[in-house]
Unconditional design. Structure first.
Length: 411
């Protein structure tokens, strides 16, 4: 039992106690230790997937009654699993159930690997008017809405597409304010660019800490990936990663138009031995990309992020006032992400999932596209992100997820 005067995100050893005490019922398959993360629990798919007529929130009803009203097909996820088609909502009962005490609330988010294959997920609970938020004291099942957006996917029982956090106390107690984040960054930097801590005066805060895009590109101007149309089936049940080429095309930044027009003159005016850059002229411009509407992109943040052991973080979607852009569908950053007490590395870049809405939309290097919010841990976890085999994205250098072969291994 957690005393009422304590608050924060429950770390791994508290999650284990919650499982042992029946607060989290892990079902007949029992606990798989690797699914307990520093500040979250991976949730496992159950036996069946219901193809739904539409998405919904249960409101005052229970989820099972809505399934009886709205399901139009039932798929068996045992054995080889089943194929989920694009742009159709499916609902999958999860193996875990909850019996939360008063004062303990839950929140869920897709795993990073799920967001990176453009599979949209969110948790639904009985009697709820909100996705992914689980009320304190909730007792009942958990259901995962799954919508593949770019690729048809094969799933089977036991796969983990999303994560659960449990939090003690009211939100306003556990969450850090912008002033809290600023003061923490002064003492222990949270953001780095090219190995240097971002100066406090350059932090952008408004209900969270903003991150920006890295569109400088490599030597060939490559900045990320875009999902291909009419891609083959993406089988998430395979034990090994697959070739990304049938699924992704490389995104290259635009050459700077002003630099193109003056390129010859700039080249003539450059000092002897100066690099001419990839795009002509005396330099390679930082870069920009015009997003095709409704297409899915994987890009990287300019900043490298550090989540120290006493904090948990969440990436939140950011919609500009114009409403033309949505970024980042995945959410949780566990304690230890980008953190190295020995100073061997300074932060890890974040992968960003980006989609323009209804019209082509230009993005530029350094443009703010998403933000991090922070919550205090109840206690520091006994394990940290990056210290085990399930930490797939520590010191990542490209945006492709674990389901795909990567030219530069993530360390």
């Amino acid at each position: 039992m957690i005393p009422p005067d304590r608050f924060g995100v429950l770390p791994n050893h508290y999650l284990m106690r919650a499982i042992e005490g029946g607060v989290i019922d892990v079902g007949p398959m029992g606990l798989v230790a690797k699914h307990v993360q520093p500040a979250s629990l991976d949730l496992r798919l159950g036996d069946v997937a219901y193809r739904m007529r539409c998405s919904f929130l249960p409101g005052n009803a229970d989820v099972e009654s809505r399934i009886r009203e709205l399901a139009i097909d039932k798929l068996d996820l045992n054995g080889d699993g089943a194929v989920l088609e694009t742009n159709r909502p499916y609902l999958i009962p999860l193996q875990e159930r909850l019996r939360l005490p008063e004062g303990i609330r839950g929140k869920a988010n897709p795993k990073s690997s799920t967001g990176r294959v453009d599979v949209f997920t969110r948790v639904i609970t009985d009697g709820s008017y909100r996705f992914d938020e689980i009320a304190a004291g909730y007792a009942g099942g958990l259901y995962l809405e799954v919508v593949p957006l770019s690729f048809a996917v094969r799933l089977r029982k036991g796969l983990t597409l999303n994560q659960l956090r449990l939090v003690a106390g009211r939100r306003e107690l556990s969450e850090l304010s912008d002033d809290d984040v600023t003061e923490l960054h002064r003492r222990e930097p949270l953001l780095y660019v090219k190995g240097e801590a971002v100066p406090v005066r350059r932090l952008k805060l408004s209900g969270g800490l903003f991150l920006s895009l890295d569109l400088r590109g490599d030597g060939q101007g490559r900045v990320g990936y875009r999902a291909r149309e009419s891609a083959p089936l993406l089988d998430l049940t395979l034990p090994e990663p697959v070739d990304p080429a049938p699924f992704w095309e490389t995104v290259v930044k635009e050459r700077d138009l002003a630099n193109r027009r003056t390129g010859d003159a700039a080249s003539r005016d450059s000092p002897p031995g100066a690099a001419t850059g990839v795009y002509g002229g005396g330099f390679s411009p930082p870069g920009r990309v015009v997003l095709t509407e409704k297409k899915f992109y994987l890009l990287m943040s300019e900043e490298a992020v550090v989540i120290p052991p006493g904090l948990a973080s969440e990436m939140t979607a950011y919609d500009p006032t114009s409403g033309e852009l949505r970024t980042h569908y995945a959410g949780f950053f566990d304690p230890g992400f980008g953190y190295d007490p020995a100073g061997g590395f300074l932060g890890a870049k974040a992968a960003l999932e980006v989609r323009a809405h209804d019209v082509p939309f230009m993005i530029e290097h350094g443009q703010q596209v998403c933000k991090l919010t922070f919550e205090r841990m109840l206690e520091e976890p006994t394990i940290l992100y990056g210290r085990g085999p399930e930490s797939n994205y520590q010191r990542q250098t490209e945006a492709l997820g674990k389901y795909f072969e990567r030219k530069t291994p993530h360390r």
